[in-house]
Unconditional design. Structure first.
Length: 462
């Protein structure tokens, strides 16, 4: 893989383990002064003639020359090349107390390192050609993964399944470009129908593959981010009670007074390997009161962002469901109706509610007795269960989707232009545009802003 830009050479350092008390802590350095700093701060427990790369050494981190030991550590120095960032690196394994780790970090900074920014190690790995942007993003996905499926997907991405796909499409397009250029350079020799057919055939194949990967987005995104489910409904319908019953603890406040929930609360669960993120809201009601209005605004924005909307109803209190039905209609494809309080509602009341919502998937539940709650959760996760872990490339970020859609449009345009026997120059423009999209995806050509945004999501020390 080639380097993407000029290598930054200052030496960065950070604590790479999580904050808090632990058995060990790791301070990491990367940059061309890493070895020099290592030699300055480290005193080995027995004399070492020559330090070797990728070996662990035992000793102390010294506060200064002829002074006290800050900690007894294991330390490894790694020559530039076969390291995470591609640069010279040092890793110091300290005792895991936060004071110990921080004092070792301070010592390293005093010796000339600079505190790393978020994701700066991975950013350097990217800039030094150790991984492309898709793989760098997947490193973050792996750290964040909270289900097996999310982890498997991230590992697959780090190993380069999507990157290989992109490069295979790129190869095809470069081949097309080369052939078109011949046509441009020798305009007197008109393209034979066979030549044009061959070009179109390659473009069509590339287009179909891109379409196939585009289709993976919804499922792959859900594996990475989880299914976002929002609970709405009239005051006192039991939204917060149901939310608590689902997430398994008393997270949301429940009272007999309508209008209890004003803010929203979010809680994620892992249901049979699928991450489900539930949001309890202030529900739906009309009010002129400022706090209430804000609550309604929040509800609306959460509903917009969600994959599934659960409308919670209370058949023991309602006889008409006009408001619920109009909301249900708006979100037709992703609405679930929870008919709550079946423990106190009469048979007739429950039947009436079921009839009102006959066009939707309906789950009778009781937040109080938990009856039906498991079926409801099962109903939500059903379509996302047993996520495929085959080895096909998938995309799981909006950035990927946008880029692939752009590529798809360009390929489609190129194919149509060939059909219309357009000038080869114009076909070439579309192929170029598709190629640019591919380069953007892998980060071969990407603006500083996009990089900043991607790496800002990382933690410091990664
Ligand atoms: N019997 C019975 N009571 C319930 C059930 N679910 C909720 N309740 C009661 O209904 C009342 C309102 O419950 P909440 O969970 O606060 O309702 P909510 O929809 O969040 O209400 P707001 O936040 O005020 O909009 C409380 O007194 C709950 O104990 C249920 O399944 N059965
Ligand atoms: Mg509530």
């Amino acid at each position: 893989m080639k380097k993407n830009t000029i290598v930054t050479t200052d030496t960065i350092a950070a604590i790479s383990t999580a904050q808090g008390e632990g058995a060990i802590g790791i301070v990491r350095l990367s940059g061309n002064k890493a070895y020099q700093i290592f030699r300055e701060i480290f005193s080995p427990s027995k004399p070492i003639k020559k330090y070797q790369s990728h070996r662990l050494y035992q000793g102390s981190v010294m506060n200064g020359a002829n002074t006290s030991s800050l900690d007894q550590v294991m330390i490894a120095f790694m020559k530039a090349g076969k390291t995470y960032t591609g640069e010279e690196m040092v890793e110091i394994y300290t005792h895991g107390g936060s004071n110990v780790i921080n004092s070792v970090l301070q010592r390293v900074l005093k010796a000339g390192a600079r505190l790393a920014d978020r994701g700066e190690f991975t950013r350097r790995a990217f800039l030094n050609g150790k991984m492309d942007l898709l793989q760098a993003e997947a490193v973050l996905d792996l750290i964040r993964a909270d289900t097996d499926a999310a982890r498997v997907q991230a590992i697959k991405q780090i190993s380069g399944v999507l990157s290989e796909f992109i490069s295979s499409i790129k190869k095809k397009l470069v081949q097309v470009k080369t052939n078109i250029e011949v046509l441009i350079d020798f305009p007197e020799e008109e393209a034979s129908p066979k030549q044009l057919f061959d070009l179109k055939f390659i473009l069509q194949a590339a287009h179909d593959e891109v379409m196939h990967v585009l289709k993976s987005y919804d499922q792959a995104k859900i594996i990475r981010e989880g299914v976002h489910v929002v609970l709405i409904g009239r005051p006192n319908a039991g939204k917060s009670s149901l939310f608590n019953a689902i997430v398994g603890e008393n997270r949301a406040i429940v009272t007999p007074h309508p209008g209890t929930t004003r803010d929203y609360i979010e809680e994620a669960i892992n249901y049979k390997g699928v991450k489900l993120v539930f949001t309890d809201t202030a529900g739906i009601r009309s009010s002129e009161e400022p706090i209430e209005k804000l609550g309604m605004e929040m509800t609306r924005s959460r509903v917009e962002k969600s994959d599934i909307v659960i409308i919670v109803t209370d058949p023991s209190a309602a006889s008409r469901y006009d408001e619920e039905l109009s909301i249900a209609k708006e979100h037709k494809d992703n609405v679930i109706i929870a008919i709550n309080k079946v423990d106190i509602a009469s048979k007739d009341q429950i039947e009436q509610a079921k009839n009102a919502f006959e066009d939707y998937s309906v789950f009778p539940v009781s937040a109080k007795t938990r009856e039906g709650v498991e079926s409801l959760v099962q109903g939500i996760s059903g379509p996302s269960l047993a996520p495929s872990i085959e080895n096909a490339p998938v995309i799981n970020r909006y950035r990927h989707k946008q880029a692939l859609e752009h590529i798809e449009l360009s390929l489609n345009a190129a194919i149509n232009l060939i059909d219309q026997q357009a000038f080869p120059e114009i076909v070439a423009e579309e192929v170029d545009s598709a190629l640019a999209g591919l380069k953007e995806l892998t980060g071969e050509v990407t603006s500083q802003d996009i990089l900043d945004k991607i790496f800002a999501e990382f933690c410091i020390g990664k």
